[in-house]
Design a protein around this ligand. Structure first.
Ligand SMILES: NC(=O)c1ccc[n+]([C@@H]2O[C@H](COP(=O)([O-])OP(=O)(O)OC[C@H]3O[C@@H](n4cnc5c(N)ncnc54)[C@H](OP(=O)(O)O)[C@@H]3O)[C@@H](O)[C@H]2O)c1
Length: 388
């Protein structure tokens, strides 16, 4: 596949891609070519609130960037980071400035009530980012660099789940794969040098990727097949599961690449549990509105609160355990992700005759193929990644 991807790049560079590839690939090539074009840089909205007052002009402490912190697990994670006394700046990267403003104000109020107990003042900064637009991701990176801050922790937390109909991002990719995986893939690669430069050999910078136990849902990617990353045969939960598997494989492959290159950054993936958040807004398909109203009263009793759902992310961002790398975490502990061989109990001749596909998240060849395909899809250029 590595060879195929390189050949593909060469064909694209020669403008011959479309002539040699099947019709379904043609759309993809057009999108890939579009992703490689120079993005228009739009000035993202940015504002901040502070909890407590700084003695100097700049907040002290570590700097974190978190996506999807307007609500749910992300917002509770911001609260946990602020309370840890380790972070002086938390950049909340999201698309809805009004929703963030409201969330930040109510968090400021909550934290101010406890400010006597806050070990250090904290700046909460909103910086606009729409993960459904690769141009927005690039604008975010440019704006973040303008802040002239280090970057110790990157939490790739934002997500969408089980959209009832197939939708596309601004760049034409399936929406869940585009937002949950591709946007985060590009963001992390663009910020990797900032992470490396801010990491120490005894305290590396941390990339924390929100995956899900839904990575186990049967999908082509789980069989090592990358031909339907765009979910053209659309099924809402399969597309979600595949995007969460992509999150997981991204964390594993990132860890592998970081180790290979000796970078001062670690990478982990998290399943936060089943958490009572807005993520479930589409869970009942077309009957979601009705079902959500019906189940709302019981959900707090059967699901984790956002504060509990944020605990593993906060642990990885604040404690020594978070210096481990390349693991999949649940309830504060590393755990195994899916690895299932349906033929493993069959005798050898039957295994050869009945080639059941392995369903695994642990195939480094597939991690590598997904990485290379993602590079193509987001138009990542070698000069974009200043340290890999
Ligand atoms: N809740 C669970 O049970 C559960 C289980 C396993 C894994 N997870 C994972 O945990 C993460 C957080 O989920 P949650 O439950 O906290 O969900 P949530 O309450 O729905 O929050 C999702 C966040 O992602 C943001 N987001 C969505 N689309 C975006 C886009 N195009 N650009 C930027 N931000 C965008 C949302 O922003 P807006 O406010 O603008 O919509 C929101 O802040 C997700 O990755 C999810 O897959 C959750």
């Amino acid at each position: 596949m590595a060879v195929k991807a390189r050949a593909h790049r060469l064909l694209l560079a020669l403008g011959l891609g479309c002539a040699f590839l099947a019709p379904t690939s043609r759309d993809r090539d057009r999108l890939v070519a579009r992703a490689t074009q120079e993005a228009e840089v739009v000035q993202p909205t940015s504002f901040s609130v502070t909890v407590g007052s700084f003695s100097g002009s700049q907040p002290e402490g570590k700097v974190a960037v978190i996506t999807g912190a307007s609500a749910g697990i992300g917002l509770s994670t911001v609260e946990g980071l602020a309370r840890s006394g380790i972070y002086g700046t938390i950049v909340m990267a999201g698309r809805d400035s009004a929703k963030h403003q409201e969330a930040m104000e109510s968090l400021r109020e909550k934290l101010s009530r406890a400010s006597g107990a806050l070990a250090r003042p904290v700046e909460l900064r909103f910086l606009e980012l729409d993960l459904a637009s690769l141009a927005s991701v690039r604008s975010f990176e440019a704006e973040f660099r303008q802040l002239k801050k280090p970057l110790h922790t990157l939490l790739l937390n934002a997500g969408v789940m089980a959209l009832p109909e197939r939708q596309q991002t601004a760049d034409g990719y399936e929406y869940q794969f585009g937002v949950n995986h591709l946007g985060h893939f590009l963001l992390c690669n663009l910020l990797l040098d900032a992470l490396h430069n801010s990491g120490g050999s005894s305290d590396p910078s941390r990339v924390i990727v929100l995956s899900s136990s839904a990575h186990q849902f049967p999908s082509k990617l789980l069989k090592g097949d990358l031909t339907d990353l765009q979910s053209f045969e659309y099924a809402p939960w399969t597309a979600y599961g595949q995007s969460k598997l992509a999150n997981l494989m991204f964390a594993y492959e990132l860890d592998r690449r970081l180790r290979e290159r000796g970078l001062r950054v670690v990478a982990n993936a998290v399943h936060p549990g089943v958490v009572n958040t807005e993520l479930f807004r589409h869970a009942g398909g077309k009957a979601s509105g009705f079902l959500n109203q019906l189940t709302k009263p019981v959900l707090p009793y059967v699901m984790k609160s956002p504060a509990d759902g944020a605990k593993t992310s906060v642990l990885l961002a604040t404690e020594d355990l978070g210096k481990l790398s390349g693991r999949y975490w649940q309830d504060g502990r590393p755990t195994a992700s899916v690895d299932f061989d349906p033929a493993s109990n069959l005798p050898a001749p039957a295994q050869a005759l009945l080639p059941f596909p392995k369903l695994t998240s642990y195939d480094p060849a597939v991690w590598g193929e997904l990485w290379e395909e993602s590079e193509l899809l987001v138009g990542l250029r070698s000069e974009d990644v200043r340290c890999l």
